[in-house]
Design a protein around this ligand. Structure first.
Ligand code: NAG
Ligand code: NAG
Ligand code: NAG
Length: 426
């Protein structure tokens, strides 16, 4: 049984949620929260709002990029945006995480593709993630939530972590996990065996806010997890304001890398995160709120029990998947990050396997400036997932959207072909 199915069925009765797909916007070394104004030390995959409506970004002027090296908290993100890679048109937020690579036996790295999650159709999204906003459920006493507001941002997880050093009794211990074969055996670390159905990262942001600060120097201390678990628990007195539980899932298509002949001969596992993390403990994610007006609050107030199906929330506007996939931003750091084997991870990120915290490499000679003329964004190469994203209109199942539930607003794209296996064993 898939963890998602269990969660979804459980919470559609006991709690409520918005659940929706967001396609990839851009993959590059930007992190406007942690390293504003600088090229980030490691690579991120970013989804959400952007300032151009066309699939091709031809200009190159930095003013055209809404997701930028610097994102002033006073910017009116919805007003600056003309498209979003997310299902709900009102959501011009940005969400980002590390990127996963496969390390070949010869030491070279290639990006692990991402694919659409269960029941995120109609349509196949281009990489990215699934985003959830959960409302709290009993027995928690603070059931009324307050939506995030303009300028709000936060981060969860630590890119430098290389060991499981979180007290298992703390809610934090469950904030970042990996699901193997998309089954219920969640771990904090990379699996030590091939997973036939891919791997899913599960990332829970804190859902309690101090009610005052839109951000904090570490991007974490203005928010906190409830005590005693992620669901059905109350906020601590230090962070009394209940905000939605923001949760993201990233489905990594590790299927092309499952041949044991490709795995390291020393028994270690070959997956690494973009910050040089072969343990998985450094997985982290960032959020910059950018919903239009009070749209998130309105949705949280009325969209309960929607089975996690986007079209079941009448307070919000959906767009079709082709339109989501067409919203792209060109990468501006002049370096190759995907599409072929690379000798080193982008930035200066040698593998650091811990258990000590990773350290920053001094005198890094990786590109540190952006180009004024980025290459136009090419067509998406969609991965067809090995599961259902929607059902034909005549079939109704709890939690599964209908394939004809969202009318197309753009001409149909060419029939996507599965991404070819990117490696051929020698
Ligand atoms: C993007 O970031 C750069 C570098 O920090 C900054 O100079 C520029 O003004 C920013 N552009 C926008 C539209 O915020
Ligand atoms: C490692 O193997 C891959 C796949 O065969 C190849 O593309 C890459 O160039 C190789 N790297 C080195 C350093 O030989
Ligand atoms: C976790 O809680 C249990 C039960 O209260 C306690 O016995 C155990 O020592 C705690 N573990 C840690 C690491 O604090």
């Amino acid at each position: 049984m898939f963890l998602f199915a269990i969660l979804s069925l459980a919470v559609s009765l006991a709690s409520a949620q918005l659940r929706f797909p967001c396609s990839q916007l851009v993959t590059e070394r930007f992190d406007p929260l942690v390293t504003p104004g600088e090229v980030s030390p490691h690579l991120h995959q970013i989804v959400g709002g952007q300032a151009l409506i066309s699939g091709l970004e031809t200009g190159g002027s930095s003013t055209l990029s809404r997701f930028n090296l610097t994102m002033d908290p006073t910017n009116d993100l919805p007003a600056l945006s003309s498209c979003t890679t997310c299902r709900f048109v009102e959501d011009k937020s940005n969400y980002w995480t590390a990127v996963m690579y496969f390390k070949n036996r010869n030491g070279s790295f290639i990006r692990v593709p991402q694919m659409a999650n269960h029941n995120t159709g109609p349509g196949i999204q281009d990489g990215g993630m699934t985003v959830y906003y959960f409302q709290p459920n009993p027995p928690t006493k603070d059931l009324n939530i307050v939506a995030f507001r303009k300028g709000f941002r936060m981060r969860v997880g630590s890119p430098m972590r290389r060991t499981n050093d979180i007290d298992p009794n703390l809610t934090e211990a469950k904030q970042v996990t990996a699901s193997l074969d998309l089954g219920p055996d969640d771990t904090f670390e990379f699996p030590h065996r091939p997973c036939s159905g891919g791997i899913r990262s599960n990332i829970y942001f804190p859902q309690c806010w101090d009610g005052v600060n839109l951000d904090s120097p570490d991007h974490e201390s203005h928010v906190a997890h409830p005590v005693g678990g992620l669901f059905g628990t109350d906020c601590p007195s230090t962070h009394p304001v209940r905000v939605p539980l923001l949760f993201m899932e990233i489905v990594w298509d590790t299927r092309p890398f499952n041949d044991p002949a490709l795995w390291p001969e020393d028994g270690s596992q070959p997956l690494v995160f973009s910050m040089g993390d072969p343990t998985g403990y450094g997985q982290h994610a960032d959020y910059v709120f950018g919903w239009e007006g009070d749209s998130l609050q309105r949705a949280m107030d009325v969209c309960f029990g929607g089975e996690g199906i986007a079209t079941n929330c009448p307070a919000l506007t959906v767009q079709d998947t082709d339109t989501m996939n067409a919203c792209k931003q060109a990468a501006k750091v002049p370096e190759i990050t995907e599409g072929r084997y690379i000798e080193n991870l982008p930035g200066c990120n040698p593998l650091q396997s811990g258990p000590a915290s990773a350290t920053v490499i001094e005198n890094c000679d990786a590109p540190s400036t952006t180009t004024a003329a980025p290459a136009p964004v090419g067509p998406s190469s969609l991965v067809i997932p090995p599961w259902t994203v929607c059902n034909p209109g005549t079939v109704h199942q709890v939690g599964v959207p209908s394939c004809d539930s969202i009318p197309k607003t753009t001409p149909p794209a060419a029939v996507p072909t599965p991404r070819p296996a990117v490696i051929t064993p020698a």
